[in-house]
Design a protein around this ligand. Structure first.
Ligand SMILES: [Zn+2]
Length: 348
């Protein structure tokens, strides 16, 4: 460890659980964060300050004013510029700790790219907001033999669980076993999402802190300190729980290795992404955003673009198109409407 690192991390090195040896390991460790919203920004901030060696951030979305209440890495300028979250997070994290290699990737995690984007890291962190992507993460982690830390928050309530493939229960053990063992229902309060019942930053902070502490134990080489239980907390009612989750000996994912989310074609080309939006994935299609911007400007569509994305309005809808051909259409939950807008303004 260099002298400036000894000074920078001195309070963490003094902590018995980490020590100088743990800090050395942390500085040499890497993690990949999938989803950089409320949980992702909070955990990334904690781990980059703690002196993680390398962090990759994968996110498909861009910063909006309604994110700033809880997505603590972003500011008003990011929202004004509609920067992709992965890019804005990378910039802020580099300013916070230039000693950490931070790499932001704007895109969607899919069965096709999961192995390439996730492998080579010591740990996967869940910052996603939907179970389809989490089950893909779970399949990918089992396939690659990588630990990952599940986390979810809605309203004032959140859960987190560290998953070590082959050692602990996996997300499919939790969600797909016959009886409801407090999985999907407990995690999200039924079908509630942050877009329907809201979310408190305090709940996000509590869960992100537990997730980050687990990450530090793993990356500092202290697996014996890991909490191998499903931890939940409600910052409004003050109820905290920790539940043992048994491995399902017949689990579809970690026992039978039937990795349907990774190997199947489970990822549709059109997905609802909450908050009254539809995402269209058009893989392998590169768009010339400047050219598209010129075409749309003629029709005066309130076009704004930066090097990463282009946004324009077709009242009551708003379309955000990324350079990889992906688009998020806001103002509808109807895939047919989204597809027709995409075809009309971006191209079939
Ligand atoms: Zn399992």
């Amino acid at each position: 460890m260099k002298p400036d690192e000894q000074d920078k991390y001195s309070r963490q090195i003094l902590f018995d659980g980490i020590g100088a040896a743990g800090q050395e390991r942390l500085l040499a460790a890497s993690a990949v964060l999938v989803g950089c919203g409320a949980l992702g920004t909070a955990s990334a901030n904690l781990l980059v300050r703690a002196g993680l060696g390398r962090l990759r951030i994968i996110d498909r979305d861009f910063v909006e004013p309604s994110n700033l209440q809880r997505q603590t890495l972003f500011d008003e300028a990011d929202a004004r510029e509609a920067l992709p979250k992965a890019i804005a997070a990378e910039r802020h994290l580099r300013a916070i700790n230039s000693g950490v290699q931070v790499e932001g990737i704007t895109g969607d995690l899919t069965p096709k790219n999961a192995a390439a984007l996730l492998s080579g890291f010591h740990l996967i962190l869940d910052g996603t907001d939907n179970f389809e992507t989490r089950l893909l993460l779970n399949d990918a982690a089992i396939s690659l033999g990588m630990p990952w830390i599940y986390a979810a928050v809605v309203g004032s309530y959140g859960v987190t669980m560290t998953i070590l493939p082959g050692q602990t229960a996996c997300l499919a053990c939790l969600l797909e076993s016959g009886e409801d063992s407090g999985g999907r229902g407990a995690a999200l309060g039924g079908d509630a999402t942050c877009d329907t019942i809201g979310v408190l930053q305090a709940a996000v902070g509590a869960i992100a802190s537990i997730q980050s502490a687990e990450a530090m134990k793993l990356l500092a080489g202290k697996p014996e300190a890991l909490n191998r239980r499903l931890v939940s907390c409600d910052v409004w009612s003050g109820k905290f729980q920790s539940i043992g989750v048994e491995r399902n000996p017949n689990c579809r994912a970690c026992a039978r290795r039937d990795l349907i989310y990774l190997n199947g074609d489970a990822q549709p080309h059109i997905t609802l992404c909450g908050r009254d939006s539809v995402q269209i994935h058009e893989r392998g299609r590169k768009l010339d955003l400047a050219d598209l911007g010129r075409r749309l400007n003629g029709a005066s569509r309130d076009v704004r673009y930066n090097e990463f994305l282009l946004r324009f309005r077709v009242p009551p809808y708003e379309l955000t198109v990324f350079a990889d051909g992906r688009a998020i259409i806001k103002g509808t939950k109807d895939p047919a409407v989204a597809r027709s807008l995409y075809a009309r303004y971006v191209g079939a």
